[in-house]
Design a protein around this ligand. Structure first.
Ligand code: PMP
Length: 396
């Protein structure tokens, strides 16, 4: 039995979430996370995965996983710095460095973990971090962990960033100052203004840190947002995840040899948490190989993204300022957003409601994630359902 104080805390807070439409229900999949998914015996068109290129279910990745598990076993057996580093980890890191056009790469167990690791390995209480107000939760937590002073700037507002950078620099209070941004913002699909950020960073000697979880495999021919803007040699940290376009699991930092050397010496999840298992590492290698040699999946992703966006706009949905395949339908009210998502489900479309705390209060939305694996027929079906349910609920 939990203590009385814990029980009271849990009951009050869970009831509070339910009453505000913020209670998240988890639906287990009964098969692969592909363009359609099976939940509770029902097949639904899936618009909620980050499997941008459909690689999570690609046979080549699955076969690479099986082979690696047979050769190396199920687990890596130790942390990277003791004897958990397999030649496979190094091969993946070499391939990723080539893919990202950087000198070196360090791989972590997840993208979340990677932000916790990388920020706190470099920044400390004598430093300051300028952080976009819409940055991902793992960046926020990584910043907090570092104990550096966190200075939030208004979302993609370059005047605000410049003013805050100038004030921080001129205060003389900080040893180092870092600017951190998502490359592609995951809830709105807009792209960070990296050319301006780099200019400001160079003017005020800021360390630059871009979390490109949603840009890698999507922009810059797959190499990401930094490459998209031609800034590969002007960004210190490029973070990527292996769980979205790459289709598997893991995270990484791409940067200079010296930076990666330091992270291998001092970033805590690398030192104190068991290495990625062989099977996903081999699958990631296969995935990066595919991405470096074949751009057709990326083209298909953009084609599908534009098709869905144009369709939703035509029907009358507010799709915000997305510049990438991530396509939000902004509804606002949390309860209405949940109701819309529920009706989509009943009509055979799985598109999860995204509400506070994932997005600010009053900006509830359905976040649609078209992928390269969807067919045009599926997207037409989605558009028909959206139009019908949108009218029914008075959203359009
Ligand atoms: N950074 C960003 C911007 C993300 O969107 C995510 C995934 N939600 C992560 C990091 C964490 O990545 P992972 O799922 O690999 O832990």
């Amino acid at each position: 039995m939990p203590s009385h104080s814990l029980d009271r805390f849990l009951t009050e807070n869970i009831e509070d979430l339910k009453s505000k439409g913020l209670y998240n229900v988890i639906d287990p999949l009964q098969g692969p996370n592909g363009p359609t998914i099976l939940i509770g015996g029902k097949t639904l068109i899936n618009l909620s995965s980050n499997n941008y290129l459909g690689l999570a279910t690609d046979e080549r990745l699955v076969n690479a996983s099986i082979e690696a598990a047979k050769t190396y076993g199920a687990g890596a057996g130790a942390v990277r710095t003791i004897n958990g580093t397999l030649d496979l980890h190094l091969e993946l890191e070499r391939k990723l460095a080539e893919f990202k056009h950087t000198e070196a790469v360090i791989a972590y167990q997840s993208g979340f973990n990677c932000n916790m690791a990388a920020i706190s390995a470099v920044m400390d209480k004598n430093d300051a971090i300028l952080s976009d107000e819409l940055n991902h939760a793992s960046i926020i937590d990584g910043c907090r962990l570092s104990k550096a002073k966190i200075i939030r700037f208004k979302h993609s507002d370059m005047e605000d960033l410049r003013a805050q950078a100038k004030a921080a620099k001129e205060s003389g209070l900080y040893n180092k100052i870092m600017v951190i941004t998502d490359g592609v913002f995951s809830m709105d699909g807009d792209i960070a203004k990296l050319p301006e950020i780099v200019q400001i960073a160079e003017e005020f000697d800021l360390i630059t840190y871009v979390d490109d979880a949603h840009g890698s495999g999507v922009l810059g021919g797959g190499a990401g947002t930094v490459k998209h803007f031609g800034l590969s040699d002007r960004i210190d940290f490029q973070i990527g995840t292996l769980s979205k376009a790459i289709g598997v699991v893991g995270g990484y930092v791409a940067g200079s040899k010296k930076l990666i050397e330091w992270l291998k010496l001092r970033s805590r999840p690398f030192l104190f948490s068991t290495a990625l298992p062989p099977a996903p590492v081999a699958a990631c290698i296969a995935s990066v190989d595919i991405l470096m040699n074949d751009k057709t999946l990326i083209e298909k992703l953009w084609d599908n993204g534009n098709y869905l966006k144009d369709g939703l706009k035509r029907i009358g949905f507010d799709i915000g300022n997305s510049e990438t395949p991530i396509t939000p339908c902004i509804i606002g009210d949390e309860v209405k957003t949940q109701a819309f998502s529920k009706r989509l489900y009943e009509e055979g479309v799985y598109a999860k409601a995204i509400v506070f705390p994932t997005v600010p209060k009053g900006t509830g939305r359905i976040r649609n994630m078209p992928t390269a694996a969807h067919s045009k027929e599926m997207l037409d079906q989605v558009l028909a359902v959206y139009e019908r349910v949108g009218k029914e609920l008075g959203i359009i």
